[in-house]
Write a protein that binds this ligand. Structure first.
Ligand code: SAH
Length: 272
């Protein structure tokens, strides 16, 4: 008779659970990393955000439970506290929880709170990076975010935070040698315009807006900084999710000339 216990009769040790904060990228499924796709396949449960595209959700195996914890602004179905509590409860059961977040989870993704929850539960935790929206906007525009001699500094900023309006402080972040990439700025364009003009940015500075990067709804448009808010309102159809990009020293005329040479959105250049 073997002295070794029969594994089939052993009570499994309580598992600490594992939290993966997984970057879903900007929308196109083929912009996900291999690791991100693997985590989806290994998950016991997936909690996903509002901006995660249907194409990416299709990569979650049908057998794996998924929860839409997307929070519509002004109509909170799930609060962050609800999400945190659910993550903690799943981890306590020893589950592998995937928190699927648009773009890169470490950029404006409230990752810190969820990491703290996992650590407090004694669970293991990791970040699986993703392609952030600004990188996808640069790809759409075929425009680098840094350029030797023109932009040696890239500032990623939000124009909105939980205290409200941050637009006024943006002036400190924009100056010679800088590309300023703004998340969540579409409802603050008047303050952005005002703050940047008063900090000395040229009125004809190029402002590029790219909406829904890498999705079938993608749009891009170029404006001058002066009159930006009014021009965008008149354009009418540019809305969230969107990235607003400015590089000190690039003019609206240069932007228009560059845009004229870009292939149409969605055009697969490898098939030309
Ligand atoms: N973690 C995300 C950012 C989440 S904050 C990332 O790394 O991309 C939400 C904001 O991101 C939106 O308001 C918008 O400014 C931007 N955003 C997210 N997806 C986008 C997309 N596909 N196209 C343009 N902007 C996007």
């Amino acid at each position: 008779m073997s002295l070794l216990p029969d594994p089939a009769r052993m009570t499994p040790l309580p598992h600490p659970g594992h939290l993966s904060l997984v970057g879903a990228g900007p929308g196109a499924a083929d912009l996900m990393t291999y690791r991100a796709v693997r985590r989806l396949q290994q998950a016991d449960v997936v909690l996903y955000d509002r901006l995660v595209s249907p194409e990416v959700l299709d990569l979650i195996p049908a057998t794996i439970p998924r929860l839409d914890v997307g929070k519509d602004c002004g109509n909170h179905r799930w609060t962050q506290a609800d999400i945190d509590a659910r993550i903690a409860a799943e981890l306590r059961l020893g589950r592998r929880v995937v928190r699927l977040k648009s773009g890169d989870p470490a950029i404006f993704g409230r990752a810190g709170e969820e990491i703290a929850i996992a650590m407090a539960e004694g669970a293991t935790v990791e970040i699986v990076p993703g392609v952030t929206a600004v990188s996808a906007a640069a790809a759409s525009l075929c425009q680098p975010l840094t350029t030797r001699g023109l932009a040696q500094r890239l500032v990623l900023a939000t124009a909105t935070d939980h205290r409200g309006d941050l637009a006024a402080t943006l002036a400190d972040d924009f100056g010679p040698g800088t590309t300023l990439a703004l998340y969540m700025a579409m409802t603050r364009l008047d303050q952005v315009e005002c703050a940047l003009l008063s900090s000395g940015a040229a009125p004809d500075t190029l402002v590029t807006i790219v909406c829904a990067c890498s999705t079938p709804q993608e749009q891009r448009a170029a404006f001058a900084l002066k009159g930006l808010a009014k021009a965008v309102a008149q354009a009418g159809d540019l809305r969230n999710p969107a990235i607003v990009l400015l590089t000190w020293g690039l003019t609206a005329a240069q932007g228009t000339a560059h845009a004229a040479r870009l292939p149409a959105i969605g055009c697969d250049q490898t098939k030309r």
